[in-house]
Design a binder for this molecule. Structure first.
Ligand code: CA
Ligand code: CA
Length: 178
């Protein structure tokens, strides 16, 4: 079955206004590895679905929480260098941390600082620290992956607004039998 046929199946089940990008992302994910898509759906349904199944809100929550965790992790590393708690990391603050590091760690710290210092001001201001966090968030869960997750609701075969594992299993089976 080609991707357009899969997209067609999904579209007939989709809510109005369901995005074409999401539709295509789901079709592509199904083509690439249907079993992986099923595993992903099972995980999200188990973790974020209520007793009735997974809703669009549950999917949005999952995406936001995954990204926030990655963002916070990346920002925490940089904020650990903000010794005077003014929200920015000055070169002098970096130098203190560098002194306490091993040779390997020094190079890594320097590289991280340079990569994050977008305007080459020798200071990481709060906006630059947040931007680093956002990069990490998108690395952890890309827009393409988010599209696939959002598009999972297109597999809500009985259109009751909740997605169950059985509905995803049925869609994967239909695709494989294609
Ligand atoms: Ca500071
Ligand atoms: Ca800067």
């Amino acid at each position: 079955m080609n991707r357009w046929a899969v997209a067609g199946v999904c579209l007939t089940l989709a809510e109005p206004g369901w995005g074409q990008a999401a539709d295509e992302a789901l079709a592509e994910a199904m083509e690439r590895n249907p079993d992986r898509l099923l595993t992903l759906a099972e995980d999200v349904i188990a973790g974020y679905g209520g007793p009735e199944g997974l809703t669009a809100v549950g999917i949005a929550d999952y995406i936001a929480l995954e990204r926030a965790a990655a963002r916070a992790g990346a920002m925490r590393k940089l904020l650990a260098l903000d010794l005077d708690n003014d929200g920015s990391v000055a070169r002098a603050e970096l130098a203190v941390a560098v002194r306490a590091e091993s040779a390997d760690g020094r190079g890594k710290l320097e590289r991280q600082f340079k990569a994050a210092d977008f305007d080459v001001s020798d200071t990481l201001d709060p906006a630059e620290i947040r931007a680093e966090g956002q990069l990490a968030a998108l690395k952890a869960l890309s827009d393409a992956e988010a599209d696939v997750l959002v598009a999972l609701m297109g597999l809500d075969a009985n259109a009751d607004g909740t997605l169950r594992v059985e509905e995803v299993q049925a869609a994967v089976l239909r695709f494989k039998e294609g």
